[in-house]
Structures are given as C-alpha cells and as structure tokens.
Design a binder for this molecule. Structure first.
Ligand SMILES: Nc1nc2c(ncn2[C@@H]2O[C@H](COP(=O)(O)OP(=O)(O)OP(=O)(O)O)[C@@H](O)[C@H]2O)c(=O)[nH]1
Length: 298
C-alpha cells in the first residue's frame, strides 16, 4: 500500500513536471549545452558528475547523445553526494557500471577532504596515462553534469587541495556553490595540480527538457536538480514522505527524541541525524536516501 502511495505521489509530481514542460531549460542552459559540446572534443578527460542517490536519472544527456567517448578512455563517471546515499546500494551501482564496461566510476563526497584527494589522485594518474609519451604535460578536464550535483563543490575542493607553491597561495578562486540549481552560469577554469599541470573547467548544469522515463523527473525534483520554485513544494514533500514510508525508514526516526535509547550505534545515528538536521534545515535537496530511489533500474 505504501508502495502504491509512492507511485501515486510520483505520478502527481510527474504530471506537474509535464505541466511546466521543461521550463528549467532556459536560454542560458541551451547556450551552456552548446559551449560544452564545443569543448568536449578538445579536453583530455571528461568527468561526468552524477548524484549517487539517483545514478541513472542524473545521467548527463548530452554525453549519451554523442558518439561514445570510451574508445580513448576519456570519460569517468563521478557519483557525488555519496554521503547521502545508501553505501550498499552505491556498491551495487558500482558493480553494475563496472559490468557495463563503458567507463570507470568513482564515488565521492565533496565535503570530505580524503574523498577529494582520492578523486584528484585518480584524475592525476588518468591524465599521466593519457599524456604518456607526449612532451606537453598539461591536462585539461571538463566537469559536466545536470544542475546541483555538486560540480562546483568538487572543483573548489580540488582547487583548494591541489594548488601548489607559495606563489599560488592567495590566488584561490571560488566557484559558486548553492543549494539552488542553476547557479553556475559560465565555464571557468581552475588549476588543481602541478606535475602534471591539470586544469579543470567547471560548467553550468544542463538538464534536458525531456526525461528518459516517467520516474526520473520526480526523483530529480526531490534531489534538487529542478528549481523548487517551479513546482508546488507540497507535491515534492508528499513524494518524499511517500518514498520514506514505502521504505519503512520512518521506524528509525522513532528514536530521534533519544528517550530510553541505550543502543550506542543508534545513539550515534541519532546524533548524526540531529546535526544533519541543524546543518541543512529546510533543504530538501540534502535528503539522505537510506534505501535507493532507483535501484529498480538495475
Ligand atoms: N551532502 C553533500 N552535499 C553536497 C555534496 N557536493 C555538493 N553538495 C551540495 O549540493 C549543492 C549543490 O552543489 P553545487 O556545487 O553548487 O552544484 P553544481 O552541480 O555546481 O550546481 P549548478 O550550478 O546547478 O550546476 C550545494 O548545497 C552543496 O553544498 C556532497 O558530496 N555531499
């Protein structure tokens, strides 16, 4: 019954999205898509950032519509916001993507220095492989993805960790990071490493006016790729509650008041939930999905 309610809420939100018919895809997004397409063949590596909670729905359409990049191994999928996704389901996604053999896949939490270091190391070694035997050891990386998946947060963190040498200190640039989608309007370059020199181009998020299937739109609205102001927040909240109810996730919330709870693990979870609540008050884009929104896609 709870699953049926989730489906009904998803259908309602899907109908609302059809009602606004791709209103998020404005002129700036169309221009950004053209600019990204022009740069795709010119860079050494493309990092496609997706939301780890919805790895299929958050795929970047312009990459699917062009000829595959994998023959020269220039594409890497980055599942960001891994801290908000269920680790076991992320694991299943990684296995699935490995089996597909299209391109390597890395999970990232851009708020974690360790996680960004791992990403930076992976990018470094990929660029070294690509540039092997070439005298020019400067690598360029294009960071692409739908809105709000954390591209700018990743580029800021990489730039901060990777800037090398006293001369470059104080020249730190900052990409705009916001919980609202569509804040990045231009393509900007950031140096993230020396030896080899690596420059990352942060790009505006692009979300196709049409979705791959009926379920994708509601999932993307819930996780923040579509401006909440375009929709009735009541519909989004209803969908979230229906999804949570269908997973029986709410049972874990019974302990939130802390009364009578003596299990130390539960206490740890409870205090984490409290601090999350404080940090991201009223931001539905930071919803942590303990059971996947789209594992049924596999
Ligand atoms: N929990 C969590 N939040 C993240 C992570 N990465 C980014 N965010 C948050 O996600 C929101 C969007 O991040 P941005 O870096 O602005 O996303 P973007 O892809 O550049 O967005 P556009 O400008 O729309 O293209 C911000 O509120 C970030 O703080 C992550 O790994 N974990």
């Amino acid at each position: 019954m709870a699953a049926a309610a989730a489906e009904a809420a998803s259908r309602r939100l899907g109908a609302a999205l059809r009602g606004i018919s791709g209103a998020w895809y404005g002129r700036h997004m169309a221009a950004a898509e053209r600019a990204i397409r022009t740069r795709l063949p010119l860079v050494d590596l493309v990092l496609e950032v997706r939301d780890a909670r919805v790895p299929a729905s958050s795929a970047f359409e312009p990459l699917r519509r062009r000829s595959p990049l994998e023959p020269d191994g220039r594409q890497v999928v980055v599942l960001n916001k891994a801290d908000l996704a269920d680790p076991s389901e992320t694991e299943k996604w990684m296995t699935y993507m490995e089996k597909q053999r299209t391109c390597p896949c890395i999970t990232v939490n851009s708020h974690s220095r360790e996680s960004i270091k791992e990403l930076l190391n992976a990018v470094r070694s990929r660029i070294r492989e690509i540039k092997r035997g070439e005298s020019d050891c400067t690598g360029t990386v294009l960071l692409v993805g739908i809105p709000n998946v954390g591209k700018s947060a990743i580029v800021n963190a990489m730039h901060q960790i990777g800037r090398i040498g006293a001369a470059e200190k104080g020249k730190l640039k900052h990409a705009i990071v916001s919980s609202h989608p569509g804040e990045t309007r231009d393509i900007s370059g950031y140096k993230v490493a020396s030896h080899p020199n690596i420059y990352v181009l942060d790009t505006p998020g692009v979300l196709s006016p049409r979705f791959a299937n009926d379920d994708s739109g509601p999932r993307l609205a819930l996780t923040g790729a579509i401006k909440g102001s375009l929709l009735d927040e009541y519909d989004i909240a209803q969908f979230l509650l229906a999804v949570v109810n269908s997973r029986e996730e709410y049972r874990r919330w019974e302990n939130l008041n802390g009364a009578g709870d003596t299990n130390s693990n539960d206490n740890a979870n409870t205090s984490r939930s409290h601090s999350k609540k404080r940090q991201y008050v009223s931001d539905h884009t930071q919803v942590s999905v303990s059971k996947g929104l789209e594992l049924n896609v596999l």
